[in-house]
Design a protein around this ligand. Sequence first.
Ligand SMILES: Nc1ncnc2c1ncn2[C@@H]1O[C@H](COP(=O)(O)OP(=O)(O)OP(=O)(O)O)[C@@H](O)[C@H]1O
Length: 311
Amino acid sequence: MDNLTKYYGDDRGIEGLTFTVEPGEVFGLLGPEGAGKTTTVRTLMGLQAPSRGQASVLEYDIGHRRERTAMKQDIGYLPSEPSFDESLTGNQLLAYHASLKDDERSEQLLEQFALDSQLDKSIRTYTSEQRRLLATVVAFMHDPELVILDEPTVGLDPSTQEQLWTFLDAERQRGTTLFVVSCSLTTACILCDRVGILRNGHLIDFRASRQLPDRGPRIVRFVTSDPVAPDAFSFEHGYSVETEHTDRRSSDEGRTTRTTVRFVYAGTYETLLEALSSYTICDLTIEEAPLQELLAHWYGTRLGKGGGVDV
Ligand SMILES: Nc1ncnc2c1ncn2[C@@H]1O[C@H](COP(=O)(O)OP(=O)(O)OP(=O)(O)O)[C@@H](O)[C@H]1O
């Protein structure tokens, strides 16, 4: 991409994106909601014209209609929300795609994703997981050199997510180039060799996988009746620690103080559980932190929609 820019009227989608994804690389374009990820994919796929700049996908210049058409047959594309003609069966859909771009491995992929028994049924009857896996088969069936994946694991249950990560990791080992667009740091940490951070339409940084945590950070929130020292959760991989004390009436008519501790944590669960084990825990939740939390930590600012600075 060379200075790839897309404006919607006066609204900026992306501006000045310049970078190259190397053959065989798994590259992650990571950004919060509204940062410009979908704009980048839609522009690369030739679904909308750039306002300025240019890009080549494999050897195809996206500025030329014929080259865009040839490019779409050569690469694989997994949209974030695959849509199909619901009246078709899985077999009919695959036959249609095979007629457009060849079929070298759908049989193997269908077996791997346990979809082979579904193929005579209409897509209308598929679960959302089965639809996503069917779209994955369509994206990889012609054994493309490059696959563009838009939010590949959003909305999948944990076991299907795991299955897709394993599949994509095997694809990496086969040498397929993957361009993964995601707002999930966990997906980026697990899959990518390198990520580009998109914020407010600008690419602000690149990080190699060794500069990423092992997993996406979690928000840990727990409530304890024990006193908590102010620096108790200043771990190497913990940050944004907040504590709040509340006074409660207890059952024996006395009063108890409870402390709620919330922090963002990107270390191992063993270290976390060891730190928590010295407290009487009244309540505990651990959930994936939004990407904004990590970007705020890395770049020292609170980020709003699109990754812009919240003021
Ligand atoms: N069709 C459109 N018309 C006007 N503005 C748009 C259009 N599509 C996107 N934008 C704007 O461009 C910016 C980037 O949006 P984009 O959808 O590319 O971000 P994103 O990172 O994909 O976000 P999300 O994760 O929510 O899909 C946002 O400010 C958005 O409001």
